[in-house]
Write a protein that binds this ligand. Sequence first.
Ligand SMILES: C[S@@+](CC[C@H](N)C(=O)[O-])C[C@H]1O[C@@H](n2cnc3c(N)ncnc32)[C@H](O)[C@@H]1O
Ligand code: SF4
Length: 391
Amino acid sequence: MSGADIPSGDEAQAFGVYVHWPFCLSKCPYCDFNSHVRHAAIDQDRFVRAFASEIAATAERVPGRTVSTIFFGGGTPSLMEPATVGALLDAIARRWTIAPDVEVTLEANPTSVEAERFRGYRTAGVNRVSLGVQALEDGALKELGRLHTAREALDAVAIARTVFERYSFDLIYARPRQTPQAWAAELKRAITEAAEHLSLYQLTIEQDTPFAALHAAGKLVIPDEDHARALWDTTQEICAGAGLPAYEISNHARRGAECRHNLVYWRTHEYAGIGPGAHGRLDIDGERHAIATEKRPEAWLMRAESLRHGVVTDEVLTRGEVADEFLLMGLRLAEGIDPERYARLAGRPLDPHRIAILRDEGAVEMTATGMLRVTQSGFPILDAVVADLAA
Ligand SMILES: C[S@@+](CC[C@H](N)C(=O)[O-])C[C@H]1O[C@@H](n2cnc3c(N)ncnc32)[C@H](O)[C@@H]1O
Ligand code: SF4
């Protein structure tokens, strides 16, 4: 990874709003996101009213913010009517100031039905889409339980290109039987379709998913550590060569085209989480609150209708917890972390002895500007590096 040079000048003021739409047409067998399938139609107007109440209640706790990014995630936000998205953007604008250069992203599944709504989203105020393409091979898409073909996904990407100033798409690699050669060819093809941003995730077996059961039964074999490492190296090499270096462990962008909303999380700035199962980090009276809402959509709805919000967890983080989170999130970034900011948050510096050991092992390095960052060979063992530094 190369990095350390993402402009971060005004990011200290960054304030993001995450809105979670928790419904999907079907549940993908690898997915453990808070997503639910409903056979009856969803009353979107009723959800809009509940979302608007939660936005208002949140804004009362953190008034006066200027919203720099908004992200509609899911679930499948592209199942929302454009009018629903417009109403939610209006509700946000009624309670906070919207920055003139606000980034408004919507996650979309790349089916033809959803692509038909793209223009409506644009009119509503969305200026960036992130498409869940996942694979460019029909066999792999089927195995992943996706409802779209590669052709359909590429058509949706082509529509996104004409409608939005900015778009990204996601691919899942390290899939069963995937060779570095096959992945290299698929990735190169994807890059010809990408503009400025790609999210590339290694397939993870999440607990309590159908894939976890198949994996445990030996019916789903994923690449072992060495093979996954070769796929990772292929990914970094091809993307960097194409001008899309990783700026985060799974995210690649041209310089200046990073997803600003996700940078809010990774730089541990402040954000509000709205909707079922959303998480937020709010700074109230000098303390950082970790907030989470009820996950079940209908239970969240009833809670929001009676209490004006669906919050079920609101914890003030200790100094140590804030510092650990800063390390955990910040070391995912190619730019790394400022050790002085860590020391201010934790009330003590990082252990120089541990840094020296990790440096000797080639897992971390100090940049010329004094940032501590994980190296290319450290990224595949990021969890261990963070655990070592945080201990
Ligand atoms: C919230 S999800 C999905 C957004 C959208 N509903 C979709 O499926 O296209 C965001 C991304 O996480 C990735 N993802 C989800 N589960 C994963 C897993 N088990 N392993 C790797 N990537 C995963 C997928 O690439 C997905 O597009
Ligand atoms: S991967 Fe996306 S479409 Fe599939 S279940 Fe998860 S959130 Fe829904």
